[in-house]
Design a protein around this ligand. Structure first.
Ligand SMILES: Nc1ncnc2c1ncn2[C@@H]1O[C@H](COP(=O)(O)OP(=O)(O)O)[C@@H](O)[C@H]1O
Ligand SMILES: [Mg+2]
Length: 361
């Protein structure tokens, strides 16, 4: 059991407020991912939960009990760091059993337990090897095993995969997912990688500048970003975000930018006129050839990727407007050609001057 409550948690380093009045509850057995750009306070939050960092204010409760004054080893949590920091002169088995030795577990039990967890993360064949004989992915599995062996109520993982290449990252991501499903323990995972957050989390906590900006399931965050920052952070390729203005024009509400003039869906009819940003994900832009769409834009670049083709258009000064089309059907479109596009009525977003998503429920 481990339900972790963070109540008005704060942490300052001198003048730097790393974490500001953060309140959030992680339910027992939940996989929660804290995600946000570098420096937003993720590691500091995790280190306060683990007990490596004293909060400047606020409380941390584990299963209802305030643990602020409890030593890290008495909190029943297991931490996996970004750099796995294995003991270089101990072999893999000795590295894994270290936590058990600290707890004076008898040798026979240690051996049995090390075998069990090595099996669990598929490194039984590596037990006699030294850390410098392990690949990056293997070393990270050893680090996982080293935490697993202590049987923590909660796993705290700080960017555990960020030093690995993309393929290994995906592989170990699946491993974390499987461990969570098998162990049914609480997982708190910190990353700056939106894709890791999307694929692993039951709930995502998006952080920015020491504060929580949105909490939700991956689908909620992806479909209904609270603001421009979240909209821009999740998704690859990113959401198209075009600066312009909302114009009330007698019967219709329109969005005008220097590149196009778009009749906004009916649900935006009460939108406040003036500066705004239009947002639409690349997969929600439909490309037509020879027929009329909502807007028309010139092709800047064509990227055939095999499974799909990305089309980039001139639509704003700072970045291209992207459409994802299935397969290679659009791969032959010429640069400079003007193409008709329709924007999905239900999946078009509008953000106000403060960056908040204009709600049209
Ligand atoms: N020990 C420290 N001393 C001073 N400033 C720190 C310390 N740890 C973190 N910070 C600052 O606190 C902020 C949040 O850092 P951190 O929690 O490491 O962010 P993240 O893990 O999201 O990248 C940053 O501005 C960072 O420079
Ligand atoms: Mg960090």
């Amino acid at each position: 059991m481990a339900r972790i409550e963070l109540c008005n948690l704060e942490k300052s380093f001198g003048a730097v407020k790393a974490v500001k009045n953060l309140s959030f509850t992680i339910e027992d057995g939940e996989f929660v991912v804290f995600v946000g750009p570098s420096g937003c306070g993720k590691t500091t939050t995790l280190r306060m939960i683990a007990g490596f960092e004293d909060p400047s204010a606020g409380e941390i409760r584990i299963d209802g009990r305030v643990v602020n004054d409890l030593e890290p080893r008495d909190r029943g949590l297991g931490m996996v760091f970004q750099s796995h920091a294995l003991f270089p002169h101990k072999n893999v088995a000795q590295n894994i059993e270290f936590g058990l030795r600290m707890k004076s577990v008898p040798q026979a039990d240690r051996v049995k337990r090390v075998r069990e967890v090595a099996d669990m993360v598929r490194i039984s064949h590596l037990l006699e090897k030294m850390p410098n004989q392990c690949s990056g992915g293997e070393a990270q599995r050893v680090a996982l095993a080293r935490t697993l062996v202590t049987n923590p109520s909660t796993f705290l993982l700080d960017e555990p995969l960020s030093s690995l290449d993309a393929k290994l990252r995906r592989e170990l991501r699946a491993e974390c997912d499987r461990l969570h499903q098998t162990l049914k323990r609480t997982f708190i995972y910190v990353t700056h990688d939106q894709e890791e957050a999307m694929t692993l989390a039951d709930r995502i906590v998006v952080m920015r500048s020491g504060e929580i900006v949105q909490v939700g399931s991956p689908m909620e965050i992806y479909s209904n970003p609270a603001n421009y920052f979240v909209a821009d952070f999740f998704g690859s390729p990113s959401m198209n975000l075009v600066a312009g203005e909302v114009v009330q024009n007698g019967t219709s509400t329109r969005f005008r930018s220097s590149w196009f003039d778009f009749a906004l869906p009916e649900r935006f009819k009460a939108a406040t006129p003036g500066t705004a940003t239009l947002g639409i994900r690349p997969e929600h832009v439909q490309v037509h050839v020879g027929t009329k769409g909502d807007i028309e834009l010139p092709v800047r670049l064509v990227e055939p990727l095999g499974k799909d083709t990305l089309l980039y258009f001139d639509a704003s000064n700072d970045r291209a407007f992207v459409a994802v089309t299935e397969g290679l059907g659009m791969a032959d479109i010429k640069v400079g050609e003007r193409v008709a596009l329709s924007l999905d009525q239900h999946l078009t977003h509008l953000f106000d001057t403060e960056g908040r998503r204009v709600n049209t429920a």
